[in-house]
Design a protein around this ligand. Structure first.
Ligand code: HEC
Length: 210
């Protein structure tokens, strides 16, 4: 009995050794960017209308991919300048909308996926990455906590404008950021971005209230 068990264990162990990827982490495979590009194009043979531009990498995404999100200083500065120049602020100069509507933008995680109706609700899914309202228990931690974001900044107008720019185009603040470019990619409307900025900056918003 004991020998049988031992035999089985040994067999299982050697099988596990076979399965384990031994040196993958140390030596990333060298794959030509052209091959990756061709592969991605091949998986999107008939993209939905308007999607082609989202499949093609822009200069910033390409620079980030090639440097594995660690661009050298000169490239970093180039991305920053290019993305800053691409931010479009609201024509009326007002970056704050209604925080109540902004709360929905922060909570809604649908829109733009294969399974979503094109006319269904579309949101920023901010909670997937950020802690926000002080009372909310469920949130992701890929991004920093935004609790009391406006309060900490004394509800400064300049800081609200900077937050709008961050939401519009995260790369205009931090090149190769993991945060989606909501305005740049025309994912959220101007009104939605104003509303979610108000969610961060209105003194009455649950983000700033205990
Ligand atoms: C996929 C994850 C992800 C999502 C979704 C996301 N963010 Fe972020 N966000 C990040 C990360 C990571 C950072 C920190 C790195 C950086 O600055 O880009 C960040 C930074 C920020 C900052 C700057 C924080 C600071 O230190 O001053 C603000 C403001 C912000 N996000 C707001 C939002 C809002 C509002 C939404 C929803 C409309 C949102 N984020 C959605 C990942 C995300």
């Amino acid at each position: 009995m004991m020998t049988k068990l031992l035999q089985l264990l040994t067999a299982l162990l050697s099988f596990a050794t076979l399965l384990a990827p031994p040196t993958l982490a140390q030596s990333p495979a060298k794959v030509s960017p052209d091959l990756v590009e061709a592969y991605v194009k091949g998986t999107w043979k008939t993209p939905a209308e308007g999607w082609q531009a989202r499949i093609d990498q822009d200069d910033t995404q390409r620079a980030c991919s090639l440097s594995r999100n660690q661009p050298a200083k000169a490239e970093f500065d180039k991305i920053l300048a290019r993305e800053k120049a691409a931010v479009v602020f609201p024509a009326d100069g007002v970056v704050l909308g209604k925080w109540q509507d902004g709360e929905k933008v922060a909570q809604i995680g649908t829109g733009g996926q294969f399974t979503d109706s094109p006319t269904g609700p579309r949101g920023g899914n901010c909670y997937a990455c950020h802690q926000m309202a002080l009372t909310e228990l469920s949130y992701g931690t890929l991004g920093p906590s935004l609790q009391e974001y406006g309060k900490i900044r004394k509800y400064s107008g300049d800081d609200a404008k900077a937050a709008y720019a961050k939401i519009y185009n995260a790369q205009s603040v931090l090149p190769c950021s993991n945060m989606p470019r909501f305005g740049h990619n025309k994912f959220l409307s101007e009104q939605q971005m104003k509303d979610v900025t108000a969610y961060l900056f209105d003194p009455e918003s649950p983000v700033n209230k205990k």
